[in-house]
Write a protein that binds this ligand. Structure first.
Ligand code: MN
Length: 309
């Protein structure tokens, strides 16, 4: 299942995480499995559910896709969120209920907006054999767009900023004057960092809160030593990110305007109330047209309803 958020990750009632300025808070991710592939979930975790509108981060791999074992996630539903897929190695095929069929490769971005309802599959079976490494993220949609229509966009190329000691690829939002074409419904930032040893600096919006996740290598940020499997929350109030790099590192910088609305996350739904989740899940389980159909050879995924009365 892509992003089966459980009550281990987030509580069964609506919550809101206050942004705050801080030195750095390191949050340990947890090992999980998605579609047969090992991931490390660093968001949501009990100490923190959101960074800007980012509300879910699964670091996938690095691992190998073989003929017998890969990442195969059958059709499943989403509401109230955008899925963002970014790969460092390998290929994944995306199919959705809008009729999209899109192969994604490293350096490209898949962005699906669920709005009031969409379903999709993610497949490596028959598509790719070899290394797979990447990240799957969710962005919570604000009240203004979360009841709107679903949408899908693919960006084959994204703008890159030369930092001197490495490259910053702008997935979402802006770095300096360089802006990604990707849709965002709140003020948001997502940047891939590919850095050599040395010191790198990026301008930040101090009104945003920020966090870092390391894909490979090691990074010192403020007082923290960051390795894969952890998220470093950097809070609000930073106008520059200063990074000391001892060895080549690949990392993800996330940020955005603190998300002001309470969220209730369960399974593949981002909602506000339990009733919304129950209604969405009833629609999915009964095959209601709200979620459409996906032209995937994989079986659709369903689970028992939410764990509350
Ligand atoms: Mn999904």
């Amino acid at each position: 299942m892509s992003g089966p958020v459980t009550t281990d990750d987030a509580p069964a009632e609506p919550v809101h995480d206050e942004p705050h300025p801080c030195d750095v808070e390191v949050i340990e991710g947890r090992a999980a499995e998605v579609g047969g592939f090992a991931v490390r979930r660093v968001l949501p975790r009990r100490p923190r559910r959101t960074v800007g509108a980012w509300c879910f981060v699964d670091h996938m791999g690095p691992g190998g896709v073989t003929r017998d074992r890969g990442l195969d996630v059958g059709p499943h539903p989403h509401i109230g969120l955008q899925t963002v897929t970014w790969l460092l190695e390998g290929e994944i095929l995306h199919r959705d209920s809008l009729g999209s069929e899109q192969l994604i490769r490293p350096g490209q971005l898949n962005l699906m907006t669920a709005g009031r309802g969409v379903s999709h599959s993610e497949e490596t079976g028959g598509i790719h054999i070899g290394p797979l490494h990447g990240v799957q993220l969710w962005v919570a949609q604000p009240e203004a767009t979360r009841h709107g229509p679903p949408a899908f966009e693919h960006h084959a190329e994204l703008p890159v900023v030369d930092l001197g000691s490495g490259l910053a690829t702008v997935l979402v939002g802006s770095v300096g004057g360089t802006t990604s074409p990707a849709r965002h419904d709140t003020d948001l930032l997502g940047v891939d960092l590919d850095l050599r040893a040395g010191t790198a600096a990026l301008p930040l919006d101090p009104a945003h809160e920020h966090a870092l996740v390391v894909f490979s290598g090691r990074l010192r940020v403020r007082s923290a030593d960051l390795v894969p499997g952890r998220l470093a929350y950097l809070g609000t109030g930073l106008d520059e990110l200063q990074l000391d790099v001892d060895e080549p590192v690949r990392a993800l910088l996330l940020g955005g305007e603190p998300f002001a609305e309470e969220l209730l996350m369960w399974w593949n739904y981002v909602a506000r109330t339990r009733d919304e989740v129950v209604e969405a899940h009833r629609a999915w389980s009964s095959g209601d047209e709200r979620f459409g159909t996906v032209a995937s050879p994989l079986p659709r995924i369903d689970v028992a309803g939410p764990p509350w009365p």
